[in-house]
Design a protein around this ligand. Structure first.
Ligand code: BGC
Length: 827
């Protein structure tokens, strides 16, 4: 990232046609010729736009970024990218050019009735500053009224609606020296101050992959249908030859029903490109000023047969390093995980969006709040989410509230809602957990504290968030189809639970940053809200009001229960899921926590059963129905293959993909026990007939890998731990299981995986062990000899659902003590 500049360091102006943008305006072309003197040492080009820009030098494209400068809260933060262009210039006359499309700044954005044009700027404008370094001086070529403005083949362009490319209107050499631009007009300066210009971060949007068609067929209406086999964000590149004026339309779709594309998931987004041939032999079309969320494309007007060699789907997204991998012996589970990764790829296009296909694609706060821990395991999201969090803070500072989506596109304020607004606290907190970098919290601190205080002001006299609009457990499958926020869990229970969590995260953040007064204040708030939640929603024994799976999942994972209540709640949650035949019954708020609430309270089996259910609604139902991404609604596509016509049926929404974190942590067994993976616990819990799992994670300290494989009753475990990470490992299915401190390096263990004579292992919970008086009495006695100050009965009260090995790992046992106790448990 280049250093931040002050406004006075920019000599460039935003330039355009001088006219307000109209729908269907052609893309703006800008150009200027200039002379490079001998002795050029280096040259850098700084570029941004009101709209999206593609710069050129001497006819060659500068950089490989697309849809630059991405979407930020432009009024406060507009990214400028710096390119080293030394090698693109030569002495003599050179030409600087650029194509600027409407993008998000000027084009139509938002779902009806919000949909509007020109939300962030009235007209499309380019901003280019070329700095020529000659050793003794710097010459600057800066966009101003000496540039010429014209147009070319791009006759219309819109993020939602698509792009029209008419090759008959293209002058091939428009960006090279010598092009006759006398028919173009002088560019006009756009009045815009430069205080919002910030250096671009290092995860720009790029073309990341290309997909070949998996089939090309004709539809009943005679059009050509191409299936790329994968739902993506991007566009299609087509090579074609035909007569001048031949018009080919390409309409993008996520679903095909009875041989025809179903466009309903796009709502009002036209997602249609139109290519018009010049007739000059083989021509290549690639619409790069728009993007679509699609798996299929329907072509009309294609001359002759379409060959698979001539068409590609181009996958675009923010260019981030992949950091997390997961695989098991079960291909269906692997597919679920792949789908999560693809939904992340489809929704990290410059910012974290809800979906890539319909007339939203907005930076929804709640969606990324649910998904941030998973996202940050899979990819290095520091640039994209770091930038987005700056926008959250900037919007909040200027508007006084955290919008439901950032950048904000409305003029009317949003209500403060749990899960959505409190992304301002929980997303930085998730990033801190992943990267262990307190600067992330420091940068967001003002925003985090302001949001927490704003909710604190809304609490009633009992410290409950009991009033006001809430989205609740959004998309609970039991909510009426037409009202996704009317889930069965009281939305104010959800709100109060989330706020207790937020207050605790806030208290920990303030303490960590040494803000002691705030820490004391937020700590008190955390205690008050937790107590208030218990008083209002939890019975003394541990039932949670209204007995919804989400209510239980939140109470358990947000630590809102006392130990004995927690176990009762976990047991009750397990009963509820069993009663419903392991049907999923949680929405956005509860789903990320459901499986861990079960497995953390000794019900890993039940969690596996929920995970493994294949009928709707379930995690695997979409996979069985052929999904290649995560759906917005559990039953977005009905068992008969038709779309569930409820309106919330994007087939590419990552929120429910948060389940992947459970796959990584429980099946893979990799759990961070300190921020930034400075210490980890490795404790895979095989289940549901799995015989193999592999999880890998690239941390700042190096790559951690865990692999386990069960063959004919023999378990083989391999763990790789980098230097600087403290690791403890609990071997899965090991009758003599111990907690092992693992040194850096790669280690393997091979052992007989059968359970011991007692049927228990060191991973049995205290409660399970206490259920067998014979084992318990012997164990308690031996335990007393090891650590007299910690009577086992007392530990049972506080940690009944914890595995014995986990409890023992925290106590000062004598050398060999754990082996001795484990032998009592197993033999
Ligand atoms: C979006 C969701 C979002 C919700 C909340 C929807 O239209 O696609 O993912 O969180 O609205 O209002």
């Amino acid at each position: 990232m280049s250093p931040t500049r002050t406004p006075s360091q920019w000599s460039a102006a935003f330039i355009g046609t001088g006219r307000p943008a109209e729908a269907d305006d052609p893309a703006l072309y800008l150009r200027k010729e200039f002379t490079v003197a001998p002795g050029l040492v280096s040259a850098s080009l700084h570029v941004t736009a009101l709209g999206v820009i593609e710069p050129y030098l001497n006819g060659n494209r500068v950089g490989d970024e697309v849809l630059e400068p991405g979407w930020t809260s432009y009024a406060k933060r507009l990214q400028v990218r710096q390119h080293d262009v030394t090698s693109m210039l030569g002495p003599g006359v050179n030409a600087l050019g650029s194509i600027v499309g409407e993008g998000w700044a000027v084009g139509r954005i938002g779902y009806p009735p919000l949909t509007r044009r020109r939300i962030f700027a009235d007209q499309v404008g380019g901003f280019l500053q070329l700095e020529l370094h000659y050793g003794d001086r710097v010459e600057v070529i800066a966009s101003d009224e000496s540039f010429r403005a014209g147009s070319g083949s791009i006759r219309a362009n819109s993020i939602y609606d698509g792009q029209v490319i008419d090759k008959r209107c293209e002058a091939a050499d428009w960006a090279t020296p010598g092009f006759d631009d006398t028919r173009w007009s002088p560019a006009k300066k756009i009045d815009r101050d430069h205080s919002s210009l910030v250096p671009a971060h290092d995860s720009p949007i790029r073309r990341m992959e290309e997909l070949r068609p998996v089939s090309i067929t004709s539809t009943p209406r005679g059009s050509v249908l191409v299936d790329f086999g994968q739902n993506i964000a991007g566009w299609v590149r087509l090579r074609v030859s035909g007569d001048s004026g031949t018009e080919i339309t390409l309409r993008h779709a996520e679903l095909v029903v009875d041989g025809l594309p179903d466009y309903e998931t796009l709502r009002s987004a036209k997602a249609t490109d139109c290519f018009i041939l010049s007739g000059a032999g083989v021509e290549e079309f690639e619409p790069t000023l728009t993007y679509h969320g699609f798996r299929y494309v329907e072509l009309e007007g294609h001359p002759g047969d379409l060959s698979a060699e001539d068409i590609r789907a181009v996958v675009i997204h923010s260019d981030m390093d992949r950091t997390g991998w997961f695989e098991t012996s079960d291909s269906i589970l692997n597919k679920l995980h792949d789908n999560v990764v693809w939904s992340m790829r489809g929704n990290f296009v410059g910012l974290p969006t809800d979906c890539p296909q319909r007339d939203e694609r907005l930076g929804y706060t709640g969606d990324i709040n649910a998904f941030a821990p998973t996202a940050s395991f899979l990819y290095d999201v520091r640039n994209v989410l770091g930038s987005w969090l700056e926008d959250v803070a900037a919007e909040q500072r200027s508007r006084g509230y955290v919008p439901s989506f950032v950048p904000e596109i409305k003029d009317t304020p949003d209500a403060v809602t749990a899960l959505w607004s409190d992304a301002a606290v929980s997303v930085p907190w998730s990033l801190y957990q992943e990267y262990g970098d307190a600067d992330i919290l420091a940068r967001s601190y003002e925003s985090m504290a302001a949001l927490t205080r704003s909710i604190e002001d809304l609490l009633d006299e009992n410290a409950l968030w009991s009033k006001g609009f809430q989205l609740g457990d959004w998309l609970d499958p039991d909510a009426p189809a037409e009202n996704p926020m009317a889930g069965k869990t009281d939305p104010h229970l959800v709100a109060s639970a989330y706020f207790a969590r937020v207050s605790r995260q806030m208290a920990q953040t303030a303490a960590l940053l040494g803000k002691n007064d705030d820490a004391a204040h937020f700590q008190k708030l955390a205690e008050r809200t937790r107590t208030a939640f218990q008083a209002e929603y939890v019975t003394p024994n541990g039932r949670v009001s209204a007995e919804s799976t989400t209510g239980y999942a939140l109470a358990i994972t947000f630590d809102l229960l006392d130990p004995q209540q927690r176990q009762v709640a976990g047991d009750r949650l397990a009963e509820l899921v069993e009663k419903s035949e392991y049907r999923i019954s949680t929405g956005f708020a509860g789903t990320p926590f459901l499986l861990s609430a079960l497995s953390d309270t000794g019900h890993t089996d039940a969690a596996f059963r929920v995970l493994q259910r294949r009928e709707s609604p379930s995690f695997l139902y979409p996979v069985m129905a052929g999904a290649t991404t995560v759906w917005e609604r559990w039953d977005a596509v009905m068992p008969d293959g038709t779309l569930n016509s409820t309106g919330m049926t994007s087939l590419n929404h990552y929120a429910f993909g948060a389940v992947a974190s459970w796959l990584h942590q429980v099946i893979g067994g990799l759990v961070p026990t300190a921020p930034g993976y400075r210490s980890v616990r490795i404790a895979p819990r095989p289940g549901a007939g799995l015989t193999y799992a592999h999880v890998a994670h690239e941390t700042d300290l190096g790559r951690i890998e865990v692999r386990w494989e069960l063959t004919d009753g023999t378990m083989a475990v391999e763990a790789t731990i980098p230097e600087g990470i403290r690791a403890e490992l609990v071997l899965p299915s090991d009758p003599s299981s111990r907690v092992i401190e693992v040194e850096a390096g790669t280690h393997t263990w091979t052992y007989d995986a059968q359970a011991g004579d007692t049927g228990f292992s060191a991973m049995s919970t205290l409660e399970e062990l206490a259920g067998d008086p014979q084992v318990w009495v012997r164990l308690s006695a031996a335990f007393g000899e090891e650590v007299a100050q910690f009577p086992l009965d007392a530990l049972l009260e506080h940690a009944s659902s914890s595995p014995f090995a986990t409890v023992a790992a925290q106590l000062p046992l004598r050398p060999g003590g754990l082996e001795r106790l484990t032998a009592i448990i197993t033999d």
